[in-house]
Design a protein around this ligand. Structure first.
Ligand SMILES: Cc1ncc(C[n+]2csc(CCOP(=O)(O)OP(=O)(O)O)c2C)c(N)n1
Length: 366
């Protein structure tokens, strides 16, 4: 596979032909394109609403994906139902493509849930806050898929995708995952969203070479795609997932993008990032790009956008109301799901905590 920067839509929304990757989106219909725009728009609306909810004290924290919508929606829509995705804590767009109700994303950030959805229902693992950890989980899962396929003598039917950031590429877990995936030819696609910052650490201080080129050191292909171009991300991810399903082993996709918002709502990027960089990246906005393309090809009219805006607004209202009315779990709930079954240490800690809570006077008592 090629190793250049793959782009199928320019920032102005002009289609660029590509011999290798065009066939991977040959089946994309006009309806499909409008669907991709809907995914992008709803992802952004969820993100903007969640950021506002954090500011109003309804969420403890929010990790915004502003600017990364195309990388997430393009790769998420490349997955088949049987494929399994392992996200970080920022994959809200992928979650939406996997059919996870955006409301479920809020519970974790409100602190009322340790997860929020059933991973097996959506083939979408729970969010991982520990950087890079999920890459090991993904490779383990992919090796399991591989073993099951060889045991049943059947074709390998599914692939795995592991999401991580540029900062995570410095992490031991990610490098160990690369080694195992390479050694065992695991059917996994490593999908790095290089948003160029690991909180305040720029990519220049993390890698002497472009990240996609690291793959060759581990013995598998790497490719860099324009992460703000949903069509290119869709095509490239489809190609690499297909290769994984066919037994060609792992690969690394580096989606080159930019996080337009703060790392999380606890961060202030104006202290370390140049405002002029942000202005440059606003011109590459993934939503505007597809919007221009749709207009150019006359695939939409004003009523399409109006209907979509109304849908997004209704979703935001549902999120706002739903978030505020999420039931608070009882304090001892945090001990319930630590292990699948009883564990003596957890039982002891739970009892100690219950005794501690009993030491408080009832509310209103003096
Ligand atoms: C093992 C571990 N070390 C440190 C942290 C603290 N931490 C949270 S986010 C982050 C930076 C991650 O950067 P990147 O992988 O580029 O992802 P991004 O948030 O930019 O998408 C760090 C160091 C953590 N969560 N886990």
């Amino acid at each position: 596979m090629t190793s250049e920067f793959i782009q199928l839509l320019t920032p102005e929304g002009e289609r660029v032909p590509d011999e290798t990757y065009d066939p991977w989106i040959a089946d994309v219909t006009d309806e499909h394109l409008r669907g991709l725009y809907r995914d992008l728009l709803l992802t952004r609306r969820v993100d903007v609403e969640a950021t506002a909810l954090q500011r109003q004290g309804e969420l403890g924290l929010w990790a915004s994906c502003l600017g990364q919508e195309a990388a997430q929606v393009g790769s998420g829509r490349a997955l088949l139902a049987d494929d399994f995705a392992f996200p970080t804590y920022r994959e809200h767009g992928v979650a939406i493509t996997r059919g996870v109700d955006p409301m479920s994303l809020l519970g974790l950030f409100r602190g009322v849930s340790n997860g929020g959805w059933d991973p097996h229902e959506h083939n979408f693992a729970l969010y991982t806050i520990v950087i890079g950890n999920q890459c090991l989980h993904a490779v383990g899962y992919a090796m399991g898929v591989q073993m099951e396929a060889s045991r049943s003598g059947g074709e390998r039917s599914s692939a795995v995708i592991a999401y991580f950031g540029d900062g995570a590429s410095s992490q031991g877990d990610v490098n160990e995952a690369f080694v195992f995936a390479g050694s065992f030819n695991a059917p996994v696609v490593f999908f790095c969203q290089n948003n160029q910052w690991a909180i305040s650490e720029p990519i220049e201080r993390q890698s002497r070479i472009p990240l996609y080129r690291r793959a060759s050191g581990f013995g598998f292909p790497g490719v860099r795609v324009d992460g703000n171009d949903v069509l290119a991300v869709l095509a490239v991810t489809r190609a690499h997932l297909a290769a994984a399903r066919e037994g060609q082993g792992p690969s690394l996709i580096e989606a080159f993008t930019y996080r337009m918002g703060a790392h999380t709502t606890s961060d202030d990027p104006t202290r370390y990032r140049l405002a002029s960089d942000l202005e440059v990246w606003k011109l590459k906005d993934p939503l505007e790009r597809l919007r221009s393309y749709l207009w150019r090809r006359q695939l939409v009219d004003q009523s399409f956008f109006e209907a979509l805006d109304a849908e997004a607004e209704a979703l935001a209202v549902r999120l706002r109301e739903g978030c505020r009315s999420m039931p608070e779990p009882p304090p001892e709930a945090m001990f319930t799901h630590v292990y699948a079954g009883p564990h003596p240490l957890v039982t002891e800690e739970r009892a100690a905590y219950a005794a501690y809570l009993e030491g408080f006077l009832p509310e209103g008592a003096v």
